[in-house]
Design a protein around this ligand. Structure first.
Ligand code: BTN
Length: 259
């Protein structure tokens, strides 16, 4: 019998210090990002997690929609890190998502700069981080994570060829619950290493499929072709251009394609 998602099924017995000690499960939400922001205003503690059984207005980076019908994972983690911790959040989230999928299924994941988790080159998970920063103080950071667990990608023409889903044929609620608990545990382990993010950066850097490839970085204002040479500890990507110079690309508003 598959276990349903619920506040207590997610949080009870979870061996974490911070992340997921408290969780709020909703059958349906517009977006867990907005629900998390409301919880921040109510003063919830760090590590609180908002989970939606489905989202009706899920969003991704670059103002894209994120489809999350029932059967998938949509959650947001509320954090109050120091400013110096912010660059590591995407690394922590990416590593935790990849780890949780691999530890619960027999699937192999790849991490694509800046925020995609892939299986066989197709997107299975994405991460959206929204921060409020005042001066040099982080008021909050909300780390949104979406994982396609049971998504019929063919039903969505916009992502049919680029997205994939775990679809392992196991009880889907059970699979979701296991992945969420593994994800929160790994996120907690990595987050507690801060402010020393060196080992997080190194693990993330070494997991990226992006490095060593020719890529095209596209933003609103420009398109840059180059060789993905390295990433630095702030999360930026160094592209070697054809003239031999290096351009530093910041994740912000950029999409990256292999060439
Ligand atoms: C992306 O790849 O562009 C990021 C996708 C992030 C989706 C997650 S699902 C949970 C949280 N709520 C949202 O509305 N978006 C994020």
């Amino acid at each position: 019998m598959a276990e349903e998602l619920s506040d207590s099924n997610v949080s009870s017995g979870l061996k974490t210090t911070l992340i997921g000690r408290r969780s709020f499960y909703y059958h349906a939400l517009a977006s867990t990002m907005d629900a998390a922001r409301i919880k921040v205003k109510q003063g919830v503690s760090e590590g609180t997690v908002i989970i939606a059984g489905e989202q009706t207005g899920g969003r991704g980076r670059l103002r894209r929609a994120w489809v999350s019908p029932p059967g998938n994972i949509a959650l947001s983690i509320i954090l109050y890190p120091d400013l110096t911790g912010l660059p590591y959040l995407i690394m922590i989230a990416s590593l935790a998502v990849a780890y949780s999928i691999e530890s619960v299924t027999d699937l192999k994941t790849q991490i694509k700069w800046p925020n995609d988790i892939l299986i066989d080159g197709k997107k299975v998970g994405g991460i959206l981080i929204e921060n409020e920063v005042k001066g040099n103080r982080v008021v909050y950071s909300i780390v949104g994570i979406g994982i396609n667990v049971d998504l019929k990608t063919n039903d969505y023409p916009g992502i049919a060829t680029s997205a994939t889903s775990l679809k392992t044929g196991r009880g889907k609620n059970d699979l979701r619950l296991k992945i969420i608990r593994s994800l929160l545990t790994e996120f907690d382990r990595l987050y507690l290493k801060l402010p020393d993010g060196r080992s997080i950066y190194e693990a993330w850097r070494d997991s990226l499929v992006t490095l060593g490839k020719r890529v095209r970085a596209v933003s609103n204002t420009q398109t840059i072709d180059g060789f993905a040479e390295s990433v630095d500890e702030t999360g930026a990507l160094n592209l070697r251009l054809d003239d031999g110079s290096i351009t530093r690309v910041i994740a912000g508003d950029v999409t990256l394609r292999e060439k």
